[in-house]
Design a protein around this ligand. Sequence first.
Ligand code: IPM
Ligand code: MG
Length: 357
Amino acid sequence: MNYKIAVIRGDGIGPEIVNEAVKVMETVGEKFGHSFQFVDVLMGGCATDACGKSYPDGTAETCRACDAVLLGAVGGPKWGSDKPAEQRPETALLNIRKDLGLFTNLRPATMRKGMEDASPLRRETAEKGFDIMMVRELTGGIYFGKRERYQTEDRGQEATDLMAYSEMEIERIGRQAFELARLRRKKVTSVDKANVLATSRLWREVMHRLAQEYPDVTYEDMLVDNCAMQIVRDPSQFDVVVTENMFGDILSDEASQVTGSIGLLPSASLGEKAPGLYEPIHGSAPDIAGQDKANPMATILSVAMMFRYSFHLAAEADAIEQAVDAVLSEGWHTADIAGEGAPVGTKRMGELIRAHI
Ligand code: IPM
Ligand code: MG
């Protein structure tokens, strides 16, 4: 098959890690008989520099004409929160998620063999292993609610961010979680703050309704503060964790760190019709940009997710994941991963993974 891929290299380490991921795609293509056409799309701080807007007109249309989108990372101190919204890279990220209707964000966090020493977990806990599929709702909640800032009479300025969820939005993400659980260890943990928030009480009601439709899946509710604690206490208790946008943002960073390095974690953002978007969870790391120090593994593993979820090519996805595991268990590591001996650079890590494929 021939696939057309929109490639957003972005800012900071984005271009270097995407280069390695693109080369991995080509290697997989040679081995399994696929070809790829890559379409460069400018988005993020680099787009602000080039044309004054982080999300140039036509970005979504170009992506929609492709089979999948690969994104490196966007952002950096140069385009900080003091800048107008249309210049900030984060705006571009939120816009593309919304415009492509990517309401499901999958963020797997797995204890990979060979990473136990790098994990901040207690040795016994790390050795027990874990494999969490975090399902984050990505186009609703406080991220997309009404924002206001106004002057009060006696308390200075005040600002509000509205958190809203409809039954429709909750049900469609919930269904994704239950369907995924059926393909895994058949357990769903729904995370909310139903002891305080109205949105969470609605969330819980809808999830309970869905749970009845999936009697073969074990279901539990968990409050978000407790979940944050359980992830470091015993992550092996989780299979699929489903939660709203902001809780998912926070918990997925936490879950990624207990794997030993955020440099290893991929993600997939999926919708109903539009192409899926695949990106590492980590940011653009401007402090190490252009120095051949960044870990390309999260982007490479994002490509594995692209093969699995957008193209339904499981053998190709497995080949990439197994190559990453093999390289890690041989003790190779980039600077973000604790380990013995000198770390290798971005390019060398990419080569090692391709050699295993
Ligand atoms: C993420 C990031 C984004 C988010 C930011 C950069 C807007 O933290 O993808 O997790 O909060 O969704
Ligand atoms: Mg985040």
